[in-house]
Design a protein around this ligand. Structure first.
Ligand code: SF4
Length: 280
C-alpha cells in the first residue's frame, strides 16, 4: 500500500487553486487565437483579443483572470492501493483550497447556507467527487467554476420519443436563453443518459477535458462538431455582443439509462474555462 501524506495534498491543492485562477490553459488560449481568425464581427474580434491580453496579464502578474474566482470543484481519482496518511482526503483538499484562496488573494465566493447566505470566508467547502480506481496513484482535477455560467446551466428529463432532435433543441435553447449571462465564448459540457444526478455529473466531467479534443467515439465526435456549428450560428458572439464565436467547444459524455428516460444536462462554462490537473 502506497502512502501519500495529508500535507502533500494540502500543498499541491493550494498551488492548483492559484494556477487555475492565474494561468488560463494553453488549450483555451489557442482556441481564442483561432477564433480571432474566424470571428466575423469586428467587435467580437476585439473582445477575443482582449481576452488573450487579459489571460497574459493575469499570468504575468499572478492575479486572477476574473473577479469571480468560482466554486472549487474537484474530480479525484483515488487508487485503491493508495493510503492517505495524517488526515482525510476531504480535509486535505478543503485545507488546500482555504490556503490557496487566502494566500492567493482570490475572492471568497461560497456562502455557508443557500438561504441565510453568510460567506464562509475562505472559499470552502469545495465540491469534491471521488472515484475509486485501480493502482496506487492519486489524480486530482480541479476547476474554479464561475457562478454566471453555472447559473445558466440546465437539466431536462426528456423521454425516448424526444429523440436526438429533442436533445439538440434543448441544448440550443439552453445556450440561447443564457445569452450574454454565461460570459461567452463558452465551453458547453453535455451529459446525455444516466439518471437525474449522474447526468449532471457527466456534463460537469466533460468540462475537464481539453478544449479542442474530440470524443473517442466517432458518432459522438460528429455530434459535438455539429453542435459547435449550430451554437455558433446563434449569433450571440463573444460577451454577447454579436458574432460567430458563441462557443469554443462542445464536450459530450454519455451513459446507459432507464428504458423510459432520456436525461440531458447542459453545464455551461464561461470564457474563463479554468481546469487544472495533477497526479501524485
Ligand atoms: S461566469 Fe466566468 S467570466 Fe463570467 S464572471 Fe463568472 S468566472 Fe468570470
Amino acid at each position: 500500500m502506497r502512502q501519500i501524506h495529508y500535507q502533500e495534498i494540502v500543498d499541491r491543492v493550494k498551488e492548483l487553486c492559484q494556477e487555475a485562477n492565474y494561468d488560463l490553459g494553453q488549450d483555451v488560449i489557442q482556441a481564442f487565437e483561432q477564433a480571432v481568425q474566424t470571428e466575423s464581427s469586428d467587435i467580437g474580434k476585439g473582445v477575443l483579443t482582449q481576452l488573450i491580453e487579459n489571460a497574459n496579464i493575469a499570468s504575468e502578474n499572478r492575479v486572477p483572470m476574473c473577479q469571480d474566482t468560482g466554486v472549487s470543484v474537484f474530480i479525484v481519482k483515488l487508487g485503491q492501493d493508495c493510503h492517505i496518511a495524517g488526515g482525510s482526503l476531504y480535509q486535505a483538499i478543503n485545507e488546500g483550497v482555504k490556503q490557496g484562496y487566502e494566500e492567493g488573494d482570490l475572492r471568497y465566493s461560497i456562502v455557508d447556507d443557500p438561504l441565510s447566505r453568510k460567506n464562509t470566508g475562505d472559499n470552502t467547502p469545495a465540491v469534491i467527487h471521488i472515484e475509486l480506481t485501480e493502482g496506487d496513484k492519486l489524480e486530482i482535477q480541479m476547476t474554479a467554476k464561475g457562478g454566471g455560467a453555472e447559473n445558466m446551466s440546465a437539466l431536462k428529463m426528456l423521454t425516448p420519443s424526444d429523440g436526438l432532435e429533442g436533445v439538440k433543441n434543448f441544448i440550443l435553447d439552453t445556450v440561447k436563453h443564457a445569452g450574454p449571462n454565461a460570459c461567452p465564448p463558452l465551453v458547453v459540457g453535455i451529459g446525455i443518459g444516466g439518471n437525474f444526478e449522474s447526468c449532471a455529473y457527466l456534463a460537469k466531467k466533460s468540462l475537464f477535458k481539453p478544449v479542442g479534443e474530440r470524443h473517442r467515439e466517432r458518432e459522438i465526435a460528429q455530434l459535438e462538431e455539429e453542435l459547435i456549428q449550430s451554437i455558433n450560428a446563434l449569433g450571440i458572439g463573444p460577451q454577447g455582443l454579436g458574432g460567430n464565436t458563441t462557443t469554443l467547444d462542445v464536450k459530450i459524455e454519455t451513459a446507459p439509462c432507464h428504458i423510459a428516460a432520456l436525461p440531458v444536462a447542459v453545464n455551461l462554462n464561461c470564457h474563463a474555462s479554468r481546469h487544472k490537473h495533477l497526479v501524485i
